[in-house]
Design a protein around this ligand. Structure first.
Ligand code: SF4
Ligand code: FES
Length: 247
C-alpha cells in the first residue's frame, strides 16, 4: 500500500467563484484513516480554508455526509484504504445547494421534517398515575428499524425524484413518519395522512430504491414508502365507501 493518497476535493464559494473547482491534496494513507481523517489532515496541516461539517466521528450525528467517488457516504465511516491507490474525489452531497466547499444547505429538509409530526401524537393524555405505555417485543420490532435514522440525508442525495421535484417530502421524512405511524403508542396516523398521501408525498416516489441502498444505518425508506402507499390507498378507499367512519 502506498504511503499517501490524493484527495480531489470540490471547492466552491457561491458569490465569489464562478463555478466549483477541484483542488488536489496529498494526505497520508493509513489503514485506520477514514475520508474524514484525510479532510481533517488537510484542514489542520495543508489548507485551513477548506470547509466541511462533522461532529461525532462515529456514525451517529449524521453531519459528515458527502459524495465520495460519486456515491453518497458518511465520510467518518468510509475508509481511504478502500480507495487505494486513489485518487479519491470528495464532493458535497448532491441535490442540495452548496453553502461553501463541502457544506450544503439542508433548510428544505428541516422545514419538511416537522410537518410529518415525527413525535408521538396522543389524543388522550393519561396521567402519570395510569402507568407507562407498554409494548410487546413484536410491537417494538414494527418500528425499530425506522428509528435508526440519523438525518444524514444520504438518501436525499441518492434520490433522483428529489433531484427533479424539490417539493417531494423525501425518503427520510416519510420513513420517520412511518416510525411513528407504526408505534403502538401513537394516535396520529390520520393526522399525517393528509400530508403523506399526496403527489408530493408517497405518490411522488417511483421506487428507484437508491435511498435504501445509500442508507448507512440500515433504514429502508423505499420499503416504508411502498408500505405507506398501501395504507394510503386503503384509507382513501374507506373514506370514499364509508365517509362517516373514515379517519
Ligand atoms: S433514512 Fe438513512 S440515509 Fe436517510 S437520513 Fe435516515 S439514516 Fe440517513
Ligand atoms: S461525523 Fe458524525 S456521522 Fe460522521
Amino acid at each position: 500500500m502506498p504511503d499517501t493518497i490524493t484527495l480531489e476535493v470540490a471547492r466552491y464559494r457561491p458569490g465569489t467563484d464562478a463555478s466549483p473547482r477541484v483542488q488536489e491534496y496529498e494526505v497520508p494513507l493509513r489503514e485506520e484513516w477514514a475520508v474524514l481523517d484525510g479532510l481533517n489532515y488537510i484542514k489542520d496541516r495543508l489548507d485551513g480554508t477548506l470547509s466541511f461539517r462533522w461532529s461525532c466521528r462515529m456514525g451517529i450525528c449524521g453531519s459528515c455526509g458527502m459524495t465520495v467517488n460519486g456515491d453518497p457516504a458518511l465520510t467518518c465511516g468510509t475508509f481511504l484504504a478502500d480507495y487505494a491507490p486513489g485518487p479519491v474525489r470528495v464532493e458535497p452531497l448532491a441535490n442540495f445547494p452548496v453553502v461553501r466547499d463541502l457544506v450544503v444547505q439542508i433548510d428544505d429538509f428541516l422545514r419538511k421534517l416537522p410537518t410529518v409530526k415525527p413525535w408521538l401524537v396522543r389524543e388522550d393524555e393519561p396521567g402519570v398515575e395510569d402507568g407507562e405505555f407498554r409494548q410487546t417485543p413484536a410491537e417494538l420490532a414494527e418500528y425499530t428499524q425506522y428509528s435508526m435514522c440519523i438525518n444524514c440525508l444520504l438518501c436525499y442525495a441518492a434520490c433522483p425524484v428529489y433531484g427533479l421535484e424539490p417539493d417531494f417530502l423525501g425518503p427520510a421524512a416519510i420513513a420517520l413518519a412511518q416510525r411513528y405511524n407504526l408505534d403502538s403508542r401513537d394516535q396520529g396516523a390520520h393526522q399525517r395522512l393528509d400530508l403523506l398521501a399526496t403527489a408530493a408525498g408517497v405518490w411522488a416516489c417511483t421506487y428507484v430504491g437508491e435511498c435504501t441502498t445509500a442508507c448507512p444505518k440500515g433504514v429502508d425508506p423505499a420499503g416504508a414508502i411502498q408500505r405507506y402507499k398501501l395504507t394510503a390507498a386503503t384509507r382513501t378507499l374507506w373514506s370514499v365507501l364509508m365517509p362517516w367512519g373514515a379517519r
